[in-house]
Design a protein around this ligand. Sequence first.
Ligand code: BES
Ligand code: ZN
Ligand code: ZN
Length: 509
Amino acid sequence: MPYKIKNIELKTNNFKENFHYALKHFDYLLVPVTSKKNQDKKEIYETKILKELHHQFSILDLFKKEDFFGEKESNFIYYRLDVSNIIFFGVEEFDTKSNIELSFSKSLLNALKLIKKKHIKNIGIEIDSYVEIYQKPNLKSLLINLLISFQDFTYHSLEAKEIQKEIENLWILTQQDLPNEILNFGKFILDARSSTMDLVNIPANLKTTLTLVEKAKNLQNIGLQVSVVDDVEWIRKYMPCFYIVAKGSLLSDPPKWIKVQYVPKTEIKHKIALIGKSIIFDTGGYQVKPDSYMNTMKADMTGGATVLSIIEQVKKMNLPYLKISAYCAVTPNKIDSEAMLPDSIVESTSGKKIEIRHTDAEGRLTLIDALAMAEKDENDIFIVVATLTGSAARAVGPRIALMSTQKSIRDRFEKDCEEVSELVQSLEVDEEDYQDIKSKLDGADITNTGSEKYRGAQTAAAFIFSGLKDLKKPVLHLDIAGGDMNKDEKATGISVKGIMNFLWNLSKL
Ligand code: BES
Ligand code: ZN
Ligand code: ZN
């Protein structure tokens, strides 16, 4: 598990004592600060903690001397011999309108980068200053995103030559009413994130369908039910649309159909299907991706990595009332002499006949069958996670493009994402999108690309929804193509915290 924080503790009692202990014995103590405008002049916002530290160390005078006002993403390190160094990190001004919890975690990560090369055993962070500044921050989101910043700080991919950063103890100091239950939930999110990111970050030449199969099979060890179909004839017969994508790699890396099931110990109130796009590498097929468009396509299995990593933590959390099944139709989209040709017509699990207009729109071909299969299993809520379209990336950038067959469940999902500052924007799938994917060929019902230039994310969603027998079933479709990798081309773990919070809240209803 390549993020290394051995012990994370929430210190909500004896604030003063703990604070002073950390001040004496830790390597670093982090304190958020911010600036305020006083008649065009920048001033530091004097929180209680700052006043106290000023009392001890004349800290405000030092700030003045160095022109430090606590502006966003500016930092001030107060070095001290043999006792804790104090890192004051500037956060957004308090009258900001942006997502303050996310902006807090960004500023935190930015400050931590200053000590990337330092040896750190014990580190503490005080968040009550922040609460004092913003009055009512969302504490759940604040805590979860704080943990994520520390995780991103210590995370390195499996291929890293050496462990880059380790922390023994992280203390989160606050007098707020923050239950340990939320800290523990946050830790499960971190584990799901690192597992997802590890799988996605594996280099293209080392990644095969077996990468996800092994992940799934390992889940047997923690008591999940796992089935893996590697009988290619079975796949050809029952999931023909998935199969046609796999045709270009039957010899080099044949397809797998993975299903992992979690059954709660309690009664079952909801049956949830998590369906992850699991294209091991997307070359585009015969309509091959030009030039650098093919780069990052090792991440086209992010959906699969995400759902397998989430169901693992669901089991570890023992989430009540939800039966959860994860489905992955795993294959690369590659080319040999057997690979699918554009203008083919193929059956699908749903019975609809599919015209293939573009070999690079392969994700929806695998997902339409996967969703139809999940519907046969009598699930009642469906969540599709997919790096599906460049169109979604252009529309919403590094956020989740959320689409659904039902407005009410889409609203609920949005709210659950907001609660943990998972960024989503909803797109409407309209009748015109269903019209746009109607095939003009005599032998086919729908086609895998619309004929309009626009609304590519919505036509992809309409295509996948068309695999359902009952179009009114609640499907949440998350197109994560814009945010699955960051600018350094590392996995981000997008959608993990949002989906986990949705499941968590659903289990409490
Ligand atoms: N895997 C890609 C989508 C993608 C693009 C993910 C960029 C991450 C970053 C998908 O299979 C694809 O190629 N989609 C095409 C569809 C088109 C041919 C209709 C696209 O969006 O361009
Ligand atoms: Zn593609
Ligand atoms: Zn793809």
